[in-house]
Design a binder for this molecule. Structure first.
Ligand SMILES: [Zn+2]
Length: 505
């Protein structure tokens, strides 16, 4: 099957940063075959689908480099609190309710639909399971991605240590009855989790003509047993899968490294043998010089989630320092709860702005091309896709979006890249192609019934509100103790500051 996109303005985001004021793109099957003005293609034969794209911009689809779909129903659900208190309410450690299979499907679909409509063609979903991983929930998540038509790489993000071991000081701060209840919560064993991975890989890895893939996740080094932490590393290396790990997202986690491990959590990952090119390090905000050198030497990728980092006050990632060391940095929403939306264009805009207040030397501020690359090929690279994805170039996967240049974001058109980063919000996207297949046409999803699924999501929202209310009461009794832990960590010096203002206790 041949597809011809005709007369588009084209931004390739390829190595040479190629642009065409008007060109055609020829796609054979799932692959871009040629890009040039006035391609000589015999369109009278019935095997060629022609997309008239005059007045439109063609560019690579966006890649959501870090995401947690289980929070898709949680837009605006939680206050601006630091991660440790925020997570207490998002995934309360004493809560034992399992969501229904249909809820998992609709929840995943809701995010997939929103991303596709904005031109996000790939997502790297660090999918967590509360309270335990079940095959039914995993299969419903994957089925939603298969049906929606988005490219998705998904993990089974499941901690398996007692809650208080994930934090500094908490064990001693908890009253005995709460500590005992926490310690009585059943945990999944390394063996159970690895068996889930085996089944997951067998059922879903490479499905939908390679569009769906599996990755691994420990959530964070301190949230799993040391043996599971290294076993996942071995699995990632053996199958060449991304290994998702949240590291040094918050200042408290730097204190945790010092108190519980006697070293930085980056050094801990390095010494555990899991910091390598498969590693997908998420956040990396509170890193020091030693961490920076280890990250650079490892060949890992880093997911930067600036909107999430602002919402929960995590701090500002040293973007330029990481880029100067040649580290692959991609961009992500993190999740609907910490982003209060699933808009990757907003993430690009904030990434393009927030670092300007972290460094007075304006020569080191992010450039529009850097942001656009972080939004496309950098995320695809971190997903370790077997075929080149994230640029418009012959031989690359046909993940292509068309934007209407008649929209307000581009009227008048002064500078295309700057306006993509700072003006566009996803509403100009009219057509979305994933692996050569059209999934959005005239701003409508053609793969699924968007209206019916949104209606079903609204119905399920009532059920979810009840679940959130029970989460709140499960978290409330722990909250004063987490608050004290946070304060104690804040009073512990670390010799580093990643907040915009000075440290004031
Ligand atoms: Zn995350």
């Amino acid at each position: 099957m041949l597809t011809l996109i005709k007369d588009a303005r084209v931004l390739t985001l390829d190595e040479a940063d190629g642009e065409y004021s008007r060109a055609d793109i020829l796609i054979r099957g799932d692959t871009i075959e040629a890009i040039a003005p006035d391609l000589a293609v015999e369109v009278t034969t019935s095997g060629v689908r022609v997309i008239e794209a005059a007045g439109k911009l063609a560019m690579p689809g966006l890649v959501n480099g870090h995401f947690h779909s289980p929070a898709n129903f949680m837009k605006g659900a939680l206050d601006n609190w630091p991660l440790e208190l925020f997570m207490l309410y998002e995934v309360p450690p004493l809560m034992r309710e399992v969501v229904s299979a249909r809820f998992a499907y609709v929840r995943t679909m809701l995010g997939a639909m929103e991303m596709l409509r904005q031109g996000v063609t790939s997502v790297h979903d660090d999918c967590f399971f509360v309270p335990v991983v079940t095959q039914t929930e995993v299969d419903n998540v994957m089925q939603a991605y298969e049906d929606a038509g988005i490219r998705a790489t998904v993990t089974l993000d499941q901690p398996n240590v007692v809650e208080h071991a994930k934090y500094p000081f908490l064990k001693d701060l908890l009253p005995p009855h709460l500590r005992e209840r926490m310690e009585a919560v059943p945990l999944m064993s390394d063996g159970e989790l690895l068996a889930h991975y085996e089944g997951f890989l067998e059922r879903w890895h490479g499905r939908a003509r390679g569009r769906l893939r599996c990755a691994v996740s420990c959530s964070a080094p301190q949230r799993v047993t040391p043996s599971y932490f290294t076993a996942l590393g071995a699995l990632a290396r053996e199958r060449d899968l991304p290994y998702n790990m949240h590291i040094l997202e918050t200042r408290l986690q730097r204190v945790l490294g010092a108190v519980n491990y006697g070293k930085s959590l980056i050094r801990h990952a390095h010494e555990s043998g899991v910091l390598n090119e498969q590693a997908m390090v998420i956040h990396a905000i509170w890193i020091d010089e030693d961490d920076l050198a280890l990250l650079a030497d490892s060949g890992c990728s880093i997911a930067h989630n600036p909107v999430s980092n602002l919402k929960i006050g995590s701090g500002i990632m040293p973007f330029r320092r990481l880029r100067q060391r040649g580290i692959n940095v991609c961009l992500g929403n993190d999740e609907a709860a910490t982003d209060d939306g699933i808009n990757l264009w907003t993430v690009g805009k904030v990434a393009g702005l927030v670092h300007n207040v972290a460094d007075p030397d304006f020569d080191r501020w992010p450039l529009p091309l850097e942001i656009l690359t972080a939004l496309t090929s950098a995320g695809a690279r971190a997903m370790r896709l077997p075929r080149p994805t994230g640029r418009l170039a012959p031989g690359w996967q046909a993940d292509i979006i068309l934007l209407d240049l008649d929209s307000f974001a581009f009227t008048p058109l002064n500078d295309l890249k700057r306006q993509l980063v700072y003006c566009e919000n996803g509403s100009s996207v009219t057509t979305v192609m994933v692996g050569g297949r059209i999934v959005v046409e005239n701003r409508r999803l053609v793969t699924v019934d968007e209206d019916a699924l949104k209606q079903e999501a609204r119905l399920l929202a009532g059920e979810f509100a009840g679940y959130m209310a029970r989460c709140k009461s499960a978290a409330d009794e722990l909250e004063p103790h987490y608050r004290r832990m946070y304060r104690q960590a804040l009073a512990t010096p670390i010799g580093l500051n990643r907040w915009a203002g000075p440290m004031t206790p």
